[in-house]
Design a protein. Structure first.
Length: 123
């Protein structure tokens, strides 16, 4: 019986020693899990957030619905007319131009892909 009790107490001591050695790893894992949970909660709340529709894309969609055969340069001219009424219709800030027709000439690929994405969504 003494050997079993000795063995049991030896196991308990070894378990406590291992627990002390692994405590920093357990704490790091706990911290990672808590961070992952808080990040997931933040992202899930962002999913419910609805952005305001882009007025430029809405205006381009209206132009395309009125005339599906309209050319990109014509769309740029119409957007410049709308821009005179409201700055919401100006080209995106990342473009190096103030007017749509300038954008059409200087960064044509951006204009084509921007309008093309609206064309694709209207179809």
């Amino acid at each position: 019986m003494d050997s079993i009790d000795d063995f049991r107490s030896e196991l308990q001591r070894a378990g406590k020693a291992w627990a002390e050695l692994l405590r920093p790893e357990f704490q790091a894992l706990r911290k990672e899990i808590v961070n992952d949970i808080t990040m997931e909660l933040r992202h899930s709340s962002r999913k419910n957030f609805r952005r305001r529709p882009d007025p430029r894309k809405e205006a381009i969609a209206r132009l395309l619905q009125e005339n599906p055969e309209i050319k990109n340069l014509q769309i740029c001219r119409e957007m410049d007319k709308l821009q005179e009424k409201s700055a919401h219709y100006a080209p995106p800030r990342s473009w190096p131009c103030r007017l749509w027709w300038e954008s059409y000439l200087q960064v044509g690929n951006r204009v084509h892909s921007y309008i093309g994405s609206v064309r694709h969504s209207v179809r």
